[in-house]
Design a protein around this ligand. Structure first.
Ligand SMILES: *[C@@H]1O[C@H](CO)[C@@H](O)[C@H](O)[C@H]1NC(C)=O
Ligand SMILES: *[C@@H]1O[C@H](CO)[C@@H](O)[C@H](O)[C@H]1NC(C)=O
Length: 445
């Protein structure tokens, strides 16, 4: 799982900044050209607006309305398939369904898990099976459920992050009570079921003369470890002066949709060396990496294209631009597969037709470091990052700030999934900024 802290450290400090390669200039890709998983199996029974790869073998499609959610699972197995909603990502207290197709007959039940053993069948069956079939090497289930079932053996589905769990096995059970253990073909994933990233902005027309830059990993060998961080440095080619970044999007290598867990593109300043290196935790001096702490783009799995508002661009390539970037990638390889060679990364769209406003990024929060202490025995506690007025004034002066987008990021400790309570953040931000002379417009997205 995600370690408590991580930093990309410069393991070998050799070479000069000019040994860092230039980011590649690409032609504008066709819409939707970002590779998608080629191993998704049979096409779903209807066109679903949302989909996610839970792992290489398990694709989840879904749609919802004000009362119901419909899932279609396409899983590369001819055995049983389990899927569920879990309060914290573990089997305990989760609401699960298990089904399989044997000799053309569909077996299916709504169950609830009390622990790490076969989930019992619920007294109230609240998931409705719409379809179940085997297609070649795949098993497909389509189910629908009320968002709120009012059954205390179910977990209600609400806006925000939902933790789904899944498991499958390549054997069919002998009976409904003899479902064999799934082994390591199981997992959990955080999914925004009811507020997935919208895709409506995908069709925004780009102005002419847009330049596309790619900051990607260069054939990075991903070790057969659960968690790997890797850093790749890039230099900005000569952009002929200030440009505005107006869009960015992830470039995920086909088949690596679940491997690439998150990426952060940092701006560096001062001295940086070395082109590509594994990251580690606080083992040696973090001094060097402090030269690459300005987050420019943060992407996490599930995130899609991002367009800046029509009158806003992020300045890149101006006279004072240090022009060095560090792409940090977190690889999530829970099945510890070897042999992955990855060239995923981020793609940036730049225009020299400057827009009305420059964008900036304000990082607010609490650094996870040795001074951030979780009080012992506390069930919950509040972590506050405070932007004091004198400090904000020093950085921003009296200019008016309009916030147009929030990205929330948390790290959890000791390998356990956290359950941080984040939605209040924008609200508090509003309150903090209300003390400034000019009142920013806050529109969380
Ligand atoms: C919502 O979806 C469910 C399941 O597909 C369907 O039965 C129901 O009629 C839908 N409700 C509305 C208001 O469309
Ligand atoms: C990655 O490897 C492939 C195949 O060897 C090669 O064609 C490609 O140029 C490499 N990419 C980079 C960025 O080194």
């Amino acid at each position: 799982m995600v370690p408590l802290v991580f930093f990309c450290l410069f393991a070998i400090a050799t070479g000069e900044a000019n040994s860092i390669p230039y980011a590649q200039i690409r032609s504008v890709p066709q819409q939707g050209s970002t590779p998608t998983n080629t191993n998704t199996g049979p096409v779903p029974s209807e066109s679903f607006p949302f989909q996610d790869h839970l792992n290489d073998d398990f694709t989840l499609y879904w749609n919802f309305n004000s009362t119901h959610i419909t899932f279609e699972m396409v899983v590369k197995t001819n055995g049983w398939v389990g899927f569920g909603i879990s309060p914290k990502g573990a089997m305990k207290s989760s609401d699960v369904i298990i089904g399989w197709v044997k000799d053309g007959r569909v077996h299916f039940a709504d169950r609830h898990a009390e622990g790490q053993f076969l989930p019992a069948v619920d007294s109230s069956q609240d998931w409705t099976l719409v379809m179940g079939q085997e297609i070649g090497q795949y098993t497909v289930f389509k189910v629908t459920r009320l968002l709120e079932t009012c059954d205390d053996q179910d977990v209600s589905i609400k806006p925000g992050t939902t933790r789904v769990i899944y498991a499958y096995s390549n054997t069919d059970p002998l009976s409904d009570d003899a479902i064999r253990y799934h082994g390591n073909t199981r997992g959990t994933k955080s999914v925004l079921l009811l507020d997935p990233p919208t895709s409506e902005q995908h069709t925004d027309a780009l102005p002419s003369g847009v330049k596309v830059l790619e900051f990607t990993n260069r054939n990075t060998s991903v070790p057969a470890d659960d968690t790997t961080y890797h850093c790749t440095m890039w230099r900005l080619p000569d952009m002929g002066g200030k440009n505005h970044m107006i869009r960015y999007e992830p470039v995920i290598q086909a088949g690596h949709e679940t491997l690439v867990h998150h990426m952060v593109l940092y701006y560096c300043s001062g001295t940086v060396r070395e082109g590509s290196f594994p990251a580690s935790s606080y083992k040696t001096s973090p001094q060097q990496v402090y030269n690459c702490y300005n987050v420019l783009i943060a992407w996490a799995i599930g995130g899609k294209i991002f367009n800046f508002p029509k009158h806003v661009g992020y300045p890149v390539g101006g006279a004072d631009d240090p022009g060095i970037f560090m792409l940090e990638t977190h690889y999530d390889n829970p099945r510890m597969r070897s042999g992955y060679v990855d060239s995923s990364g981020m793609r940036m769209y730049l225009t020299s037709q400057l827009r009305q406003h420059d964008a900036g990024i304000l990082l607010i929060g609490v650094n996870v470091d040795e001074y951030h202490i979780i009080p012992p025995y506390e069930k919950s506690f509040l972590s506050q990052g405070i932007c004091a007025e004198p400090c904000l004034a020093k950085g921003l002066g009296d200019q008016e700030i309009h916030a147009y987008h929030f990205s929330l990021i948390t790290y959890t400790g000791s390998g356990r999934p956290g359950n941080p309570c984040l939605p209040f953040l924008p609200h508090n931000l509003h309150r903090v900024w209300a003390t400034r002379k000019s009142m920013p417009t806050i529109s969380p997205s």
